[in-house]
Design a binder for this molecule. Structure first.
Ligand code: SAH
Length: 418
């Protein structure tokens, strides 16, 4: 039994790290090095396509040949990611001579440094060494990760602010109290389709303001002391209700709460996320936006319909059908949309579907265009109807489909059918 390892957090920003090897191991190791800001030099005669893509993107330097001792000039760390033990040992030997720590993928016993199993939560990094047993390290790491996900993090683990947050900063009134708002996309309906960051912020929240379309199961898992505001129950008309929601977000954040505004799909796709962001910014409340999986893509996908398909559709257009095509308030050029060949995805379109279909046909889209309607996509209650542009409105009525539903028009409907 050898002495126990001494853990360190290496600050690699701008520092040279040499990776020897361009195969599967290097492919797995390089991203974390780049994430740490390391100046990565990759030495390998050949690269996997994933590494090649990073080289092409200018993220790292590649010397396309076998290792020579000069490759370690200026290096702080070397990672040996090759299986050939003789070649690996010769890299190790050069590293040892120059007092450069050396990680060996092929031989832990011969390495002078070990890479831990890692989990990250905001700015906190947890690294676990298994004393020579990587599986054990991983299972301990997994247990810690689950524990962190279940427990609210302390106030200093603020989420990284997005670039859109320029209007706000942490010296503001709310920033001083730790209060802040995150506009989080909850995904289309299946509770597993929230992002990892969205889920983390949700588990850390003191106040959650949720939409009608948010997956109920996500709310089921909130801590009992979390204040849950149901935005769909707010009285008044839609514009007063929006002001009311903005006010709730701002008030709670100014009082020091970590507020999550949880919205169906993506916050910026017909979600009024922009208005909420501006209201928070105007009040000096730090605000961040976490994108979500939008129903406009996920609901068709859940029904087996890709919004684009090679040789079938080179475009998809997402449009709101909440106003009738002849409404003076409509901002949609339905006549122009009728001339597109690609996929048209209509949200909030059931009520006006007959008028929409009629308008598209009147301006030249074929009544034979394949059509599908997906109700409550990605949920257990999902229903799908296949039809044509000419017949879809009547069939939706006959089948008694109801919102939320997306309408998909175009040859992609059926593109994956056998
Ligand atoms: N921000 C949301 C859209 C909000 S508008 C997003 O990105 O998905 C609300 C409309 O979205 C509904 O009327 C419906 O057209 C669509 N929608 C939302 N969830 C849906 C689902 N699970 N299945 C089908 N359509 C859905």
């Amino acid at each position: 039994m050898s002495a126990s390892p001494y853990p360190l957090g290496l600050r690699l920003d701008g520092r040279r790290v040499v990776v020897v090897g361009g195969g599967a191991v290097a492919t797995r190791r390089v991203p974390a090095l780049l994430d740490a800001g390391a100046d990565v030099l990759l030495v390998a005669p050949e690269l996997t396509p994933a590494l090649r893509a990073r080289v092409d993107a200018g993220r790292l330097h590649w010397v396309p040949r076998r290792f020579v001792p000069e490759d370690l000039d200026g290096a702080w760390l070397v990672q040996v990611a090759i299986d050939d033990p003789i070649a690996a040992a010769s890299v190790s030997a050069v590293a040892a001579e120059r007092r450069i720590f050396c990680v060996r993928a092929d031989d832990r016993a011969a390495a002078t440094a070990w890479t831990p199993a890692v989990t990250r939560q905001g700015p906190v990094t947890v690294a676990v060494l298994g004393g020579g047993d990587p599986r054990r390290a991983m299972s301990v790491r997994d247990a810690i990760r689950d524990l962190l996900a279940a427990r609210p993090a302390s106030a200093e683990s603020a989420p990284p602010q997005s670039r859109a947050d320029a209007a706000t900063d942490t010296t503001s009134a709310a920033g001083a109290t730790g209060g802040r708002v995150a506009l989080v996309g909850a995904g289309p309906g299946d509770p597993e389709l929230i992002t990892v960051r969205g889920w983390r912020l949700l588990t850390e929240a003191d106040v959650v303001v949720a939409d009608r379309l948010v997956p109920g199961l996500l709310l089921d898992e909130l801590r009992p002391d979390v204040e849950l505001v149901d935005a769909s129950k707010i009285p008044y008309g839609p514009s007063r209700a929006q002001e009311e929601i903005n006010q709730i977000l701002v008030d709670r954040a100014l009082a020091g709460a970590r507020v999550v505004r949880l919205k169906g799909g993506d916050p910026y796709v017909f979600g009024r996320g922009g208005e909420e962001l501006l209201a928070c910014a105007a009040a000096g409340v730090p605000v961040t936006v976490v994108p979500g999986v939008t129903s406009s893509i996920a609901a068709p996908a859940a029904a087996g319909i890709p919004v684009t398909h090679r040789g079938v559709a080179h475009e998809f257009t997402v449009v709101s059908g909440h106003l009738a095509p002849d409404s003076p308030a409509s901002l949609v050029r339905w006549d122009a949309l009728a001339g597109l060949r690609g996929t048209l995805v209509i949200l909030m379109g059931l009520k006006n579907l007959a008028a929409i279909a009629e308008t598209l046909i009147a301006h030249g889209r074929s009544p034979q265009t394949p059509a599908a309607v997906v109700q409550e996509g990605t949920t257990g209650a999902q229903r799908t109807l296949r039809s044509t542009l000419g017949a879809v409105a009547a069939e939706v009525l006959a089948a008694a489909l109801r919102p939320p539903a997306v309408v998909v028009l175009g040859d992609v409907v059926g593109a994956l059918d056998e």
